[in-house]
Ligand binder design. Sequence first.
Ligand SMILES: CCCCCCCCCCCC/C=C/CC(=O)SCCNC(=O)CCNC(=O)[C@H](O)C(C)(C)COP(=O)(O)OP(=O)(O)OC[C@H]1O[C@@H](n2cnc3c(N)ncnc32)[C@H](O)[C@@H]1OP(=O)(O)O
Length: 206
Amino acid sequence: MILTSGLQKVFCAGLDITEFYNPNPDRLSKFWTTLQDTWLSLYTTSFPTVSVINGHSPAGGCLFAMSCDYRVMVGPNYTIGLNETKLGIVAPKWFQDTMVAVIGQRKAEVSLTTGKMYTTDEALQIGLIDESLPDANSALKKGTQFLNNFQKISPWAYKMTKDISRQPTVQWLIDNKQKDLDFVIKYMQSPTVQKNLELYLQSLKK
Ligand SMILES: CCCCCCCCCCCC/C=C/CC(=O)SCCNC(=O)CCNC(=O)[C@H](O)C(C)(C)COP(=O)(O)OP(=O)(O)OC[C@H]1O[C@@H](n2cnc3c(N)ncnc32)[C@H](O)[C@@H]1OP(=O)(O)O
């Protein structure tokens, strides 16, 4: 399965920030639960997955890319990263753990605390992506080549290997879905967080 975008320069702009701004708790609760379930399905899918990152990929976009088995990104002009601290919010534990699984504890901590958005070259250097290609067609071709590896791998062996590797992060979220939701609902209602989001949304307007 390949995840990519039909847009010209955005792979995924992350979660819709307007869902967090002046939120209705019931709506936010459904929104966040849907995100948790979608992520669990993607991260544990029995299909081999590749993200062909053909545009910018901040925050939730980076999470979805990192949740695939392999990342091919079009360079050099796009950026990717978990930039939550730049919005004055915090990437939840399972976002952070997904990043640690990809680039390791030290690089993830620096990346997360600074909210850094990496260029394609920088992302390749720290291992956030696996390959950089100059255009979308060659990136798609690379992604397809990666998936072809699995024609010779037992689906059962593939899935069990992936489950063992991803189990700690997956199990944490399964065991803590309500706690994670309560954290988001509680802090999203904080006046400080709301002010930060307001300023960030304003900064995006042209
Ligand atoms: C004190 C303790 C604090 C504790 C807090 C705890 C909180 C709990 C945890 C909660 C975690 C929540 C996790 C969230 C993860 C996320 O995904 S947050 C989203 C992060 N996304 C971004 O930062 C992306 C922002 N967008 C961009 O940088 C750019 O738009 C782009 C690079 C993606 C594309 O650039 P360009 O093509 O130039 O597009 P624009 O013309 O800028 O955008 C068009 C239009 O869309 C609006 N917009 C863009 N992104 C978003 C978004 N993610 N959500 C909502 N709206 C978005 C942008 O404002 C423009 O609007 P107008 O057309 O001008 O109205």
